[in-house]
Write a protein that binds this ligand. Structure first.
Ligand SMILES: Cc1cc2nc3c(=O)[nH]c(=O)nc-3n(C[C@H](O)[C@H](O)[C@H](O)COP(=O)(O)OP(=O)(O)OC[C@H]3O[C@@H](n4cnc5c(N)ncnc54)[C@H](O)[C@@H]3O)c2cc1C
Length: 415
């Protein structure tokens, strides 16, 4: 049992981080009330990574990717759906919650919720340049609703263009091609996923797309999109004056943190929501977890924000532990973790651990019977990240090694 019956904890955000905070409070036997403001999607939480993989390919239904429902929880839980935390009043420890149906009304029309502790798990939304919004046939992919809108169009066998070759863009190109559709992938740099993986795996990823029949347009930036009527094709114009057209355009232009509602509260919003090593913000009763949280990771001796699935759940559990430590007068522990993510493309599993930004050397080996590249990223001779394809054990060994070395040397980046 933890907390007391008069306490209220507000959890902002209805995806993995928010879901895990609620589950963790339940597991620890929190005796107060939890108010879970789940955001504008109006959906019970689901696995976002499945959207660009199994769901788009029609291998699973939306129901199959739901996270476990909270029906069995013992805590007093109030779920507020289709509602957002619209403003924080940090001096009075309260948040203003507005409902979607109240759009257009003054925020004061919402409900002010007092809290003893607040967990900010509001994540990210897709980056959508102003001129690209609202065009028929042009889609982002962040939510289940986005994925379902794209999926509905696939029955017409559209010619597709995917703009952006990061994790989501590259996966979407692979999934659409795996559905047998013609796909053109627009890559702003010269190799897909290069900013994440570097040149060696970027080249591997490019070869995979080409081998499956994806057309790529390299070194290209889309400067304009225009659509011919509600169902007509979309024309994409590039910075070199070239054009292409498609029936369906998917934008994979990255994501932006959803913390505009915290502006003016005196919290650090320079890149997401700034926290200390224990995931506490400058207000000791306000915590952050997931894509939105920017914290100093002791393994690397630097601040970072991690936009990956396993980080969101691990941080959420940790933020609850930090809160409980405060309740019990213990020192809150640091969240010291090696980031991990995976990506599935054409039946290949890409996995990466660590934090490669700022590396100054790469070592490439060939692994397994397929001879796929396994890349180790170093900085000043120390391993900071590793990535491989269909090599889970080797990748996880490197995760353990980076964790141990980082913790024994006060951060692998501190030298
Ligand atoms: C298509 C896709 C594929 C992905 N694939 C992978 C993968 O293969 N591997 C991997 O590691 N990661 C992957 N990710 C990333 C992973 O999904 C995220 O890291 C994870 O969803 C982060 O969870 P979160 O809860 O922090 O934030 P989010 O998932 O962004 O959720 C934030 C929640 O907050 C709600 N919200 C927003 N504003 C407010 C507000 N003001 N008040 C209340 N609620 C609010 C939102 O509606 C949402 O429910 C993928 C992401 C996408 C979009």
């Amino acid at each position: 049992m933890v907390g007391n019956t008069s306490q209220t904890i507000v959890v902002a955000g209805g995806s993995l981080a928010g879901h895990t905070v609620v589950a963790e409070l339940d597991r620890r036997g929190f005796t107060g009330e939890v108010v879970w403001v789940r955001g504008p999607e109006g959906e019970a939480p689901y696995s976002r990574p499945a959207l660009s993989k199994e769901l788009i390919q029609g291998k699973v239904t939306p129901e199959a990717i739901r996270l476990p429902a909270p029906e069995e929880y013992r805590i007093r839980l109030r779920i507020v759906d289709r509602a957002v935390c619209a403003r924080l009043d940090p001096d009075a420890d309260r948040v203003l919650v507005t409902h979607e149906t109240e759009a257009g009304k003054e925020p004061s029309d919402g409900e002010w919720l007092p809290f003893d502790a607040l967990f900010v798990c509001t994540g990210m939304r897709a980056r959508l340049p102003e001129g690209f919004a609202g065009l028929p046939g042009v889609h982002c992919l962040r939510t289940l609703a986005d994925a379902e809108r794209i999926r509905e169009r696939l029955a017409d066998r559209p010619r597709t263009v995917v703009v952006g070759a990061g994790l989501v863009g590259s996966e979407m190109a692979a999934s659409l091609r795996s559905c047998g559709l013609p796909v053109e992938l627009v890559v702003q740099g010269l190799l897909p996923m290069e900013p994440v993986f570097g040149a060696e795996l970027g080249r591997f990823c490019l070869d995979q797309h080409h081998a499956r029949g994806v057309t790529t347009r390299l070194g290209a930036t889309v400067t304009a999109l225009s659509a011919e009527g509600p169902t007509g094709p979309v024309t994409l114009t590039f910075d070199d004056g070239g054009e292409t057209s498609a029936d369906l355009v998917v934008l994979g232009l990255g994501a932006v943190t959803t913390c505009g509602w915290l502006e003016g509260c005196g919290l650090d919003l320079s890149d997401g929501l700034g926290c200390d090593e224990a995931l506490r913000t400058a207000r000791p009763n306000i915590f952050a977890a997931g894509d939105v949280a920017n914290w100093r990771n002791p393994v690397f001796g630097r601040r970072m924000r991690v936009e990956h699935w396993s980080n969101a759940s691990a941080q959420a559990r940790h933020a609850v532990e930090s809160w409980q430590a405060g309740q019990e007068g213990r020192e809150a522990p640091a969240f010291a973790d090696v980031p991990y993510f995976w990506s599935d493309q054409y039946g290949l599993k890409y996995q990466m651990v660590g934090h490669a930004r700022g590396h100054d050397e790469v070592q490439v080996e060939r692994t397994g019977t397929d001879g796929h590249p396994f890349v180790t990223y170093l900085r000043e001779g120390r391993v900071v990240a590793a990535a491989g394809i269909n090599a889970p054990r080797a990748v996880m060994r490197m995760k353990a090694r980076i964790q141990t070395e980082g913790m024994t040397t006060q951060g692998v980046y501190t030298r």
